[in-house]
Ligand binder design. Structure first.
Ligand code: HEM
Length: 300
């Protein structure tokens, strides 16, 4: 995995940008995604909120370049960005139709082809879960299909057919903090109460398409780091009983994110400082922590 250092979120991590970046600056994050100052010690939180369906998959100035990037990846590296598990076709078709209906487009295809058609209508990545009865008689939701062009250092094809605990296996403290609550939330998700949540991390490369971490930290200076956030939505699929989980990635350089705001610098400082070592390592913040905290302290 050779990372090419560049400044373009829409160029894969291992390629040099071919587009002209003059005048480009990332749009930043929706206000409601910005993490609040923590009041206690670190715990992963489920943190879901009700989703206003009229704003399900919003269109913005990064939609077009994100969809163009997806189109390119679907041609040049298809095996890295699409996957389907045996028996996932029905839920994938139903998920695709839901996106098509939202965009006012009829999707005729079935299964993975339908999901690809849907994924090209929106900037968001589409992942699909379907219910299966486990050996103990309990119903579980398994990850059965996806079109994922903005993976934050994970590989789609390693997740197929897995339940939520196994899908999140590399996430330090996931099982301990939110394993059971996520399963309960997914079991109880209803068609008329869709949800959304967001998360954040710090990365040393801005590419939306980063299916693996670098072998070792890229060694950039603190002011060359990027804040990466995801806006994720959850919708129950009424016919198959599956779930459509969408993921939209955004990134902004640390200096642009903090801007001139001491409050932002203080909040980020508190969020980063309290991370336990294993979580900081998972988030690839560990190697940069002291440098970033110093940089933020000067701006607080
Ligand atoms: C309310 C539901 C969910 C919660 C609270 C949740 C929580 C999380 C958290 C905290 C992380 C680590 C992010 C970070 O710290 O940088 C994560 C990563 C991830 N999540 Fe979820 N998640 C949820 C649902 C899902 C669903 C439905 C899927 C898939 C269909 C999924 C797939 C993933 C994957 C693939 C990763 C990256 C894992 C890796 O590094 O290999 N999540 N999730």
């Amino acid at each position: 995995m050779t990372f090419v250092l560049h400044q373009d979120p829409f160029t894969p991590f291992d390629q040099s940008p071919s587009r002209d970046l003059t005048g480009f600056s990332p749009m930043g994050f929706y206000d409601e995604m910005i993490p609040a100052a923590p009041s206690d010690e670190f715990r992963h939180r489920v943190g879901t909120k009700p989703l206003d369906v009229s704003r399900w998959l919003p269109d913005d100035k990064e939609s077009a370049p994100t969809i163009a990037m997806k189109r390119e990846l679907l041609v040049s590296r298809r095996e890295e960005v699409v996957a389907i598990h045996e028996g996932g076709e029905g839920a994938a078709t139903e998920a695709a139709r839901l996106v098509g209906d939202f965009k006012g487009v009829t999707i005729e295809a079935e299964g993975l082809d339908a999901l690809i058609d849907a994924a090209l209508l929106v900037p968001d990545d589409l992942t699909v879960l379907a219910p299966r009865v486990a050996a103990n008689g309990e119903e579980q939701l398994l990850f059965v299909a996806g079109v994922v062009c903005s993976p934050s250092r994970w590989r789609l094809n390693t997740k197929m057919g897995k339940d939520m605990l196994a899908t999140h296996q590399p996430v330090a403290r996931y099982g301990e903090h939110i394993g059971a609550p996520v399963d309960t939330l997914l079991r109880r998700l209803t068609v008329d109460r869709p949800l959304w949540r967001s998360n954040w991390t710090l990365e040393d490369h801005p590419a939306l398409f980063q299916p693996e971490p670098p072998e070792k930290p890229l060694g950039v200076a603190a002011d060359q780091l990027w804040i990466r956030m995801e806006r994720e939505t959850l919708r129950r699929l009424p016919n198959t009983g599956g779930v459509l989980f969408t993921i939209r990635g955004f990134q902004q350089s640390l200096p642009d994110y903090v801007g001139g705001s001491p409050e932002r610098a203080r909040t980020l400082y508190a969020l980063i400082e309290r991370l336990p070592e294993d979580v900081a390592r998972y988030k690839s913040i560990f190697a940069y922590r002291e440098a970033v905290l110093g940089w933020l302290r000067e701006r607080s």
